[in-house]
Ligand binder design. Structure first.
Ligand code: 13P
Length: 252
């Protein structure tokens, strides 16, 4: 049984003051949680500070993005090594907002994945279809192509470091989550693909998590599905009580 992964993607939200308050609320509520891996991804500017605040708690730190080069003339970018310095253990890559607004591609997502593996952070790779793609019936084709591209060149056991986040774009920030059954169908296909690409002993350790309007009132049914190993939470991760409730899901 995989340890579920619940990650909070704060996106471009919270001042330092608000971020600290949120973390203190989470620390209090998540004391002693050990059956779930809890990760938060605050903005770059407060990673270092928050890292100290969560040092003796079950909460781990993630970045929302990373650049693949080690160092040099890349104005505005942040390397894996720099993220490790702040205490990060994970980095989210390929979020649909980065693909859509910042024109990231399957190829750059793969470069980021390889850089994270090379320098020792765990990638959380986001994939997902638009509403138009779902309506055209190409959801599985799109998502599988994204996963395949992101994991291209990853060898053997390294795949264990990955989590894949299925985030249907039409469900992000809309309040309209995929139903458990809709999510389960895509998660099953992603799992199957990973088993086709890698040895079963490694493939079985890859967590496939769901994102898109995850809230306290839908997490329990999502987590009851066999192929949903956790959640990537946006809006609801900005409220300590809601995020803590999501971490303490009760599958039904
Ligand atoms: P919401 O939970 O706000 O829909 O955001 C999901 C998401 O994009 C997490 O990465």
């Amino acid at each position: 049984m995989l340890t579920p992964l619940i990650a909070g993607n704060w996106k471009m939200n919270t001042t330092l003051h608000e971020g600290v308050e949120l973390v203190m609320g989470l620390r209090e509520r998540l004391k002693g949680v050990d059956s779930v891996e809890v990760v938060i991804a605050p903005p770059f500017t407060m990673l270092q500070h928050i890292s100290h605040l969560i040092a003796d708690s079950p909460i781990k730190l993630a970045a929302q993005n990373v650049f693949w080069e080690k160092k040099g003339a890349y104005t505005g970018e942040v390397s894996v090594e720099m993220l490790k310095d702040t205490g990060c253990k994970y980095a989210i890559i390929g979020h649909s907002e980065r693909r859509e607004i910042f024109k990231e591609t399957d190829e750059t997502v793969n470069k980021k994945a390889m850089a994270l593996l090379r320098d020792g952070l765990k990638p959380i790779v986001c994939v997902g279809e638009t509403l138009a793609e779902r309506e055209q019936g190409v959801t599985l084709k799109k998502v599988k192509a994204q996963v395949k591209a992101a994991l291209s060149g990853v060898s053997g056991g390294a795949v264990r470091e990955f989590a894949v986040a299925y985030e249907p774009i039409w469900a992000i920030g809309t309040g309209k989550n995929a139903t458990s059954a809709e999510a389960e169908e895509v998660h099953g296909a992603i799992r199957e693909l990973i088993f086709e690409m890698f040895d079963a002993e490694f493939a079985k350790e890859v967590r496939v998590i769901y994102g898109g309007s995850v809230k306290p009132d839908n997490i329990d049914s999502l987590m009851a599905e066999p192929n949903i190993d956790g959640a990537l939470v946006g809006g609801a991760s900005l409220k300590a009580a809601d995020f803590a409730r999501i971490v303490m899901f009760q599958p039904v």
